[in-house]
Design a protein around this ligand. Structure first.
Ligand code: SF4
Length: 335
């Protein structure tokens, strides 16, 4: 009999698998997702008979990374390899009481953004819900994860089904119970998937913009041609009032490329009146790239000008997870 991985299943699916009553289903989910017990026979709160049957047809399914690396700022970076041999990266950032995991949604990516080595790496496949969850649950020494960001390898909206299911399990009371307010999905924007995500999930969403001008954005984000940012911003704006979530724009600042006065005015025109926040991020060059980040003073100037024009803006620090907020730049750094 082929055994089923419990990791990746919802409480309803555990019920379908086991036929157990709700109390035992919740106990199984708790042992797996909260206590991360790696042996079903050590699960607590369920009768021995149920445990034995569960052990015959399933296995916990959380697996460990194959390697890891520590950055100078304390950020840990991990490489996972799933059963199909697909590799993907995960980042763990611990700051005071906040533990953030930056997860990948795909092995590689097919969006082809030229500034991103993940795009250049090619597309190796979508990650399963289990692969996504194991990046949160299988990190050695991570303790209680408080925040999850989908900013690693891949475009989450290109693997919507598994990303939605992972968000659902991560925020479920019977699961890791991470507040949906602390889960953020970053995207370059695939319009139908963004719509579905906003309808089906209460988690935060961040659009990577690069430029307020379509023809210029298209050169850094090819998806712009089919899925223009202004359409996605309209959808985000209209959804904003309906659910309490954070909707933001990630704007990576590159010197003399997208930090001119023209870009500032373009940003104001695009975002003013939407209520969407802009996060300004420093650029991190990839190998062979001559571009450099805008200076801290230029970033401050942008922030100030945006704020006094009525656009909410902030500058993000240049640490592990902020680097990864570039959607693929972190993966490119690791490569
Ligand atoms: S920037 Fe994001 S969407 Fe673009 S290729 Fe890289 S991982 Fe994919």
């Amino acid at each position: 009999m082929i055994k089923t991985s419990l990791c990746g299943l919802t409480a309803d699916e555990i019920h379908d698998l086991t036929g157990s009553d709700r109390k035992h289903v919740i106990a199984i989910a708790n042992c797996l997702y909260k206590k991360k017990i790696s042996d079903i026979m050590l699960f607590q709160g369920i009768p021995g008979r149920v445990k034995k049957e569960l052990n015959e047809k399933s296995f916990p399914g959380i697996y460990l990374p194959v390697t890891s690396k520590r950055s100078s700022d304390g950020t840990m970076k991990f490489l996972f390899r799933n059963e199909s041999g697909q590799e993907f990266e995960t980042v763990l950032l611990t700051e005071k009481k906040r533990t953030t995991v930056c997860v990948s949604s795909q092995s590689g990516c097919r969006m082809g953004c030229p500034f991103c080595v993940t795009g250049q790496y090619g597309f190796r496949g979508n990650l399963s819900t289990r692969d996504i969850l194991t990046q949160v649950l299988g990190l050695p020494g991570s303790g209680k994860v408080t925040h999850v960001v989908f900013m690693g390898m891949g475009e989450p909206m290109d693997n919507l089904e598994n990303v939605l299911k992972a968000c659902y399990i991560l925020s479920a009371e019977w699961g890791p119970a991470i507040s949906s307010r602390n889960i953020t999905v970053s995207t370059v924007g695939i319009t139908p998937a963004v719509k579905s995500f906003l309808e089906q999930s209460a988690c935060n969403i961040a659009l990577s913009l690069y430029s307020p001008f379509p023809e210029e954005r298209y050169r850094t984000v090819p998806a712009e041609k089919k899925y223009p940012a202004h359409e996605i911003i309209d959808i985000m704006k209209n959804n904003r009032a309906r659910k309490k979530r954070r909707i933001s724009i990630a704007y990576i600042m590159i010197r003399n490329m997208n930090d001119t006065e023209k870009h500032l005015e373009g940003l104001k025109a695009l975002i003013h009146g939407t209520g969407i926040r802009i996060n300004l991020l420093p650029y991190h060059a990839i190998a062979g790239d001559n571009n450099i980040s805008s200076s801290p003073s230029r970033m401050q100037y942008f922030k100030h000008q945006l704020v006094i024009s009525g656009v909410s803006a902030s500058i993000r620090k240049s640490k592990g997870v902020d680097v990864s907020a570039a959607c693929g730049l972190l993966a490119s750094e690791l490569k």
